[in-house]
Design a protein around this ligand. Sequence first.
Ligand code: ADP
Length: 229
Amino acid sequence: MIQFINVSKEFQNGTVGLKNIDVKIEEGEFVFLVGASGAGKSTFTKLLIREMLPTEGNILVNGKSINRLKQRQIPHYRRNIGFIFQNYRLLADRTAFENVAFSIEVLGTHRREVERKVNYALHMVGLEDRKNHFPDELSGGEQQRVAIARAIVNNPQIIIADEPTGNLDPETAKGIMDILNDINIKGTTIVMATHDAGIVNRASHRVLELSNGELIRDERQGGYRLGLI
Ligand code: ADP
């Protein structure tokens, strides 16, 4: 369902972000994107969400080239993708419920439907009892769970998570991984960029390793290989 065909990205200053990437990610897979800082992980995710275009090659999502999307078609394309960031990116002046609701309210969803979907998403992340709290009244792990609820509330096919456990202690990070695994088991494709060797080694998901913009490893149940990265 996601296919990079000979994709390269060279920035205007000549820096190579990605080089000749050929990879296919099937529907329902959970894929770790690993590699040192500067390896090309963000470039990979930014191309996938159509934040930028490749210099060469093609990216297909569900068989369609996303390179060809017109500017006005991009918001619609992105509705099918949930994002999770290292630093949560919640709106400080909105409660957990309101943060999750915001993304579907802007689509004009009926109020009762918003409530049903938001409550379900908060239930999925185990935060029903915190829904009226503001972000600064929640722990880091709870804030990330709100961010996950926000990412899944519109039932996307794909979730892109960029270092989602980067700011969390190992125990809390494990809880976040349990939730992401549950979401994946329900059928959502997950692409997760991470530096966390412990998490990659425990999870036995597919691993794509980038180095200087090249795909140097693609293993079904990879593990992180401490020392190489
Ligand atoms: P990672 O996410 O793995 O840390 P990135 O994808 O951010 O790596 O970066 C890959 C390479 O592309 C790095 O050398 C980085 O400096 C470079 N790069 C990223 N974005 C830009 C940009 N907008 N302009 C120029 N070079 C960039």
